[in-house]
Design a protein around this ligand. Structure first.
Ligand code: GDP
Length: 369
């Protein structure tokens, strides 16, 4: 029988027979890889060299299997979330799966939020939201996986809470879990870019073992796909645009009732009723908000989507899902969140509507900032 090989990018079992399934690599590449001592599956290879994603399907059963494993283990669970897309990055029902294991909640990509934001306030906000979901983390930490100097505190906390046990790192796709683990590996073992990272969701598959000093392991688990993340509805180029790359600059709009703001062609915010007030948008700096009259907004969108209102790009308009409307009656300072895209802060009582592509959630939360 052949020796089992695993991709050093994503951890999938290497196979040479089924091009559309996990771990596929052409025989010739496999041989080359063996010579170099670096075997990647084709998917990770493309991702690393061309920054290109290939679709591979992962079933919900696999995720359930993984989650059930968490409860059986005696381990520290490190749950990485994207602080910019907090709601989109919570794992539904995680608290039921972890059993008695402690959970360390890590809010990644803190570099995207305005620097003026106080860290203590942010972790407090995360704690409240986690509690609402039934999750009681032992501690909450903010990090930026892109910045090596942010890792020290995380590593110290992991050591403190794991108390000699294994560590499972879990998170939905695209929260920066691979980047974070790469940083950890770099700092602890000096191996760079061991795990595949990408701009596209759903790229870390199967479990990867990273040996720890005391004979225990850190396990990087596959990203769990959150179907309502905006990223699943967009083309690659657009994903690059909507995913913020640096500190987002909030934009303030003074609006009267009866005005609409478009966030590119991706989302729409209607101010329906209430006194004139300021509204603040928090989206990637590459997305240009456009203001128009509410009564003309439908026609405006129809005419300009793919043009003035981008993304989507012109050739994507046809397949782009229609925007779906959610209405809210706001009493206190609230964020209207477009899952994965950003949010609009409403500071005074108002009736508003948020629109997002069919399938993507629009929800409200206590204002973050
Ligand atoms: P995974 O699916 O959770 O493993 O996510 P990846 O590690 O592949 O990262 C997803 C995207 O987020 C990539 O484009 C990363 O460059 C980006 N990313 C990861 N960590 C950070 C961070 O701390 N700050 C910012 N701004 N982007 C990050």
């Amino acid at each position: 029988m052949e020796e089992e090989l695993f991709c050093i990018g994503c951890g999938a079992k290497i196979q040479t027979e089924h091009p559309n399934e996990l771990g596929y690599t052409p025989q010739s590449s496999l041989e080359k890889g063996l010579e170099n001592g670096e075997v990647y599956c084709q998917r990770c290879f493309r991702l690393r060299h061309y920054n290109e994603i290939q679709d591979v399907s992962l079933t919900d059963d696999d995720f359930l299997r993984l989650l059930n494993e968490l409860g059986k283990a005696d381990a520290l669970i490190v749950n990485v979330v994207d602080i910019f897309d907090f709601n989109g990055s919570l794992i539904p029902g995680l608290h039921r799966f972890v059993g008695d294991n402690p959970v360390l909640l890590v809010g990644n990509k803190v570099d995207l939020l305005p620097k003026s934001l106080k860290r203590g306030k942010l972790t407090q906000w995360m704690r409240e939201r986690a509690h609402e979901e039934g999750l009681r983390p032992v501690d909450i930490l903010l990090t930026s996986a892109r910045k090596p100097n942010e890792m020290t505190e995380l590593l110290e906390k992991i050591e403190e809470y794991r108390d000699g046990r294994d560590v499972y790192v879990v998170g939905v796709t695209n929260v920066g879990k691979s980047t974070l683990i790469n940083q950890i590996i770099k700092q602890t073992a000096g191996v760079q870019d061991l795990i595949t990272t990408s701009q596209f969701p759903g790229t870390t598959l199967d479990k990867i073992e990273i040996p720890l000093d005391d004979g225990q392991f850190m396990f990087d688990t596959p990203g769990i796909i959150h179907r309502h993340q905006m990223a699943h509805y967009l083309g690659k180029k657009d994903l690059k645009i909507i995913a913020p790359h640096k500190e987002i600059k909030p934009k303030v709009y003074q609006l009267n009732a009866g005005q609409t703001l478009f966030l590119g062609g991706l989302a729409r915010f209607d101010f329906i009723q209430g006194d004139r007030a300021s509204f603040i948008t928090y989206v990637s700096n590459d997305i240009e908000p456009h203001r128009t009259k509410l009564e003309k907004a439908d026609a405006f969108y129809e005419k300009h989507v793919g043009g003035l209102l981008q993304p989507p790009r012109p050739d994507e308009v046809e397949d782009f899902p229609a925007l779906v409307r959610f209405e809210f009656s706001i009493k206190e300072k609230t964020d209207i969140v477009f899952a994965g895209l950003g949010w609009v802060t409403v500071s005074k009582p108002a009736v508003v509507a948020g629109w997002a592509p069919k399938g993507v959630d629009v929800l409200t939360r206590k204002a973050l900032i």
